[in-house]
Design a binder for this molecule. Structure first.
Ligand code: SF4
Ligand code: SF4
Length: 431
């Protein structure tokens, strides 16, 4: 299996085909005369052959630099509250002091900050985060109206996403999702209602009622947003229960290609709490379980998301025009670190927006200098365009300090996606 990490193209060859391609590539490398022109042209179209003078690493590094400073979009992740209505055993925010809802004064100041920070941007993207964001539903509604009015006035695009446990969703709130321009919703689950009840410390009757609600309204949620991610958090104890969740929705007749079922890896790799009371998978084990789960999803008739593709940036933390805002108005960069001081670098001052803007634009931001192309451990890695060094927190002083898990089971992953998409294409062609 060949993968072009720069453009995402894959090419599956049998041994005889690989021998021909390899001979051709070796011939080109050594400047031998008379290569198969037609084959060279096909390989060039797929990006497997490029002009000798082209330095792809330099081009990719420049592309990352430009994307980091690109101001055509403004990303804002807002936690209207750090309060939560659950107590997940693996939650990395367990130790964060729970706050009330963002004050009205700060909501207005947040809107003003966004209005002025937009500048000439052509798109505003908001992610509602928490705590549990739906606890701050009124704040979300208020700020959304204001953001939409600003964007409408300027003729620019607006959409939002939300990460939620979904417990506070009601039929009315599901129906209101288009009004909030929420185009992607992520809900987390833990397997069966029994496991969910135990891990989140909610009574079993409530857990069962929540699963019933989701099963009955999942199609409405997908129709209202256009994209639903069901993240099933797993460890060695509940991995098999991921299938239960998928089958539950299937039993309600919901097989929609806009649902992205995925496994959530309970571990400590992204600055999560150091010791979660779980029997966590190793990176290798998790990669194997993911592969099994992908095959299961396909067999059940679901779309399988997650094909590695070249990225614009590793995450929005490195993008200059991207901010996280916590309920106190602290401005930061790293989304899971919202509510902590870990990546905050400035603060929204309701009484002094000029200074807020100055601080937000002139302060050196965390991760701003992150450059995986020169980070020891990633520099020179052939996978760079598809991961861009992965989480910037895993790099300190120009060196990768957390072992890379991206290459775990990568060959199997690429092979799966290549064949999966080919099968889909073939079946569409036949239809
Ligand atoms: S820095 Fe790491 S943890 Fe933070 S948003 Fe980026 S990828 Fe996620
Ligand atoms: S070492 Fe890992 S994170 Fe770094 S570029 Fe390679 S695959 Fe990506």
């Amino acid at each position: 299996m060949l993968l072009n990490a720069r453009n995402g193209q894959t090419l599956e060859l049998d041994m005889a085909g690989w021998a021909i391609v390899k001979r051709c590539l070796d011939g080109l490398k050594h400047g031998e005369a008379g290569p198969d022109r037609e084959l060279v042209s096909c390989l060039a179209t797929l990006g497997f052959v490029v002009p000798a003078e082209l330095d792809e690493f330099s081009d990719e590094e420049e592309r990352l630099r430009l994307n980091k400073v690109d101001k055509s979009r403004l990303f804002v992740t807002i936690a209207p509250t750090m309060a939560c209505n659950q107590h997940c055993s693996y939650c990395f925010q367990r130790s964060i002091a729970k706050t009330k809802i963002m004050s009205e004064e700060l909501q207005q100041a947040t809107v003003e900050f966004v209005r002025r920070q937009l500048g000439d941007s052509r798109q505003l993207v908001v992610q509602w985060f928490g705590g549990e964001p739906l606890i701050g539903y009124a704040a979300i509604t208020f700020m959304t109206r204001a953001f939409k009015a600003i964007c409408a006035e300027r003729g620019i695009d607006y959409y939002a996403e939300m990460l939620t446990n979904g417990v506070l969703l009601t039929p009315e709130r599901v129906a209101a999702l288009p009004e909030l321009s929420i185009k992607a919703l992520q809900i987390s689950l833990d397997g069966t209602p029994e496991t969910y009840s135990g891990r989140r410390q909610v009574p079993i009757a409530k857990a069962e009622a929540h699963y019933r609600f989701l099963a009955e309204h999942v199609q409405d949620i997908v129709d209202a947003t256009g994209s639903l991610t069901m993240r099933i958090n797993v460890d060695r104890d509940n991995i098999e229960e991921a299938k239960y969740v998928v089958r539950l929705f299937k039993s309600h007749g919901v097989v929609d290609h806009r649902i992205d079922f995925r496994l959530g890896f309970i571990n400590t790799s992204r600055g999560l709490v150091d010791c979660v009371p779980h029997d966590c998978f190793t990176n290798t084990e998790f990669a194997e379980k993911e592969l099994v789960f992908r095959r299961f999803l396909e067999a059940e008739g679901y779309m399988v998301f997650g094909m590695p593709r070249p990225k614009r940036y590793p995450c929005t933390a490195v993008v200059r025009n991207s901010f996280t805002i916590d309920p106190h108005g602290n401005l930061g960069k790293c989304i899971p670190a919202v509510g902590t001081s870990q990546s905050t670098f400035a603060r929204i001052l309701p009484d002094d927006m000029d200074r807020t803007l100055r601080d937000a634009t002139t302060a050196e931001m965390p991760y701003e200098r992150f450059n995986p192309f020169h980070s020891e451990g990633c520099g020179g890695c052939l996978m760079l365009p598809t991961c861009l060094g992965s989480c910037p927190k895993h790099h300190v002083s120009g060196r990768r300090v957390v072992a890379c898990s991206m290459r775990e089971g990568f060959g199997d992953k690429i092979t799966f996606y290549h064949r999966f998409h080919k099968r889909r294409l073939d079946s569409r062609t036949q239809a």
